[in-house]
Design a protein around this ligand. Structure first.
Ligand code: GLA
Length: 364
């Protein structure tokens, strides 16, 4: 299926935006904290062209039978629903009286905690910036893509995924301070150190629009209010220990210790240390997400435990939680053994080695 076959004209361009794996820094983004993602080689290609009939027309190479088409004037949260809502949520933030055609072609696994939705929103946001609003800065596009998720789709995410997709560089992890938006590109050449970052997608999908993610966000806000700080970024291990409510105390403890883990990993990756040293920090992050933040699953815990038992240096779940993927830091020499060890009976998990790829850009 080509854009021309669907829409009767060639697209004005094709834009690429990647999914991401977060090395460390989970649920810190809406607490004003630190994150350290890499862009994946998996990406969305958005072929985009403006129309004259006032319609938004959206199709996906991965869903040949589905073609969503409706007047721009009728777009509102929930209409359209599904993945087309991510495109609509971006389109409604631009002046598009004549309408828009979008063909999406993606290979980021959906619901795997690898930011398939940000790959869609960021590819379309970048396209519309180039076609309509060249004055917009990349940080503005991060906000456009985040608002599409928050206000249109109804998923109360932070800016981790959108920043990773738009700002990451090949061969580097992106160290982002989500409060002041300052960034540093941290070289990450694991292969040169005889290491690989294995991604294990358990295939148990999650949806941020329902339940758990929003609950955690509200609990973090309640803990910050309890401490009298604007965000948990401003709390410390000591102040958090004074929170009376057991659940809120543990949620807050995850955030402050996770911020410290991001800083520790960045230090280890930049001070000449053997990168194997980040392994235990990643594993500590998993324990915190499992025990204090309570967003892991038995499947993800089993991946982490079996990977470590098979000789991995560290492992943790990634993304919003309640399912999805884990990352495993492993010697290249042990990659095959660890990849086999993490598989459940029947070998149903998708696995791949993540090498930091480029952020979003125009392809043609
Ligand atoms: C999801 C959200 C992000 C971030 C992560 C957890 O991916 O979209 O904003 O909160 O979960 O780190």
């Amino acid at each position: 299926m080509t854009f021309r076959e669907l829409f009767g004209a060639d697209p004005e361009g094709v834009w690429l935006a990647p999914g991401r794996a977060n090395v460390i820094g989970e649920h810190t983004d809406y607490n004003g904290g630190y994150v350290l993602p890499i862009a994946l080689p998996h990406r969305v290609l958005a072929s985009v062209g403006r129309r004259t009939d006032g319609l938004l027309s959206v199709a996906s190479v991965q869903q040949p039978g589905v073609h969503v088409e409706l007047p721009m004037t009728e777009l509102r949260p929930g209409n359209p629903g599904g993945w087309a809502g991510y495109v609509a949520g971006v389109a409604t933030q631009f002046e598009l009286p004549g309408g828009l055609s979008v063909l999406v072609d993606g290979d980021v696994p959906a619901g795997a905690g690898l930011s398939s939705s940000a790959a869609v929103t960021c590819s379309v946001a970048l396209a519309l910036r180039d076609l309509l609003r060249p004055d917009l800065a990349v940080d503005d596009l991060v906000d456009v893509a985040r608002r599409a998720e928050n206000d249109f789709v109804g998923a109360p995410t932070g800016i981790l995924d959108q920043s990773a997709s738009l700002l990451c560089r090949a061969g580097h992890a992106l160290f982002l301070d989500t409060r002041d938006r300052s960034t540093a590109h941290v070289p990450l050449d694991l292969a040169a150190a005889g290491l690989a970052l294995l991604v294990v997608d358990t295939g148990h999908t999650h949806s941020h629009a329902d339940g758990g993610y929003g609950d955690r966000r509200r609990e973090c806000e309640a803990a910050a209010a309890d401490l009298g700080v604007t965000a948990l970024r401003d709390a410390t291990v000591e102040t958090v220990a004074t929170i009376a409510d057991d659940v809120l105390r543990r949620r807050a403890r995850h955030i402050v210790t996770e911020d410290d883990r991001v800083l520790e990993v960045v230090r280890l990756l930049t001070d000449g240390s053997d990168p194997r040293a980040i392994g235990p920090v990643l594993t500590a992050g998993h324990a915190s997400l499992r025990d204090d933040f309570e967003i892991s699953t038995p499947e993800l815990d089993a991946v982490v435990d079996t990977a470590l038992a098979a000789g991995a240096h560290g492992a943790r779940m990634v993304g919003g939680g309640f399912g999805g993927s884990a990352i495993v830091l492993v010697d290249t020499g042990s990659l095959d053994a660890v990849t086999a060890a993490v598989q459940p009976a029947g070998g149903t998990y998708r696995t791949f080695v993540a090498v930091p790829g480029p952020g979003a850009h125009r392809l043609s």
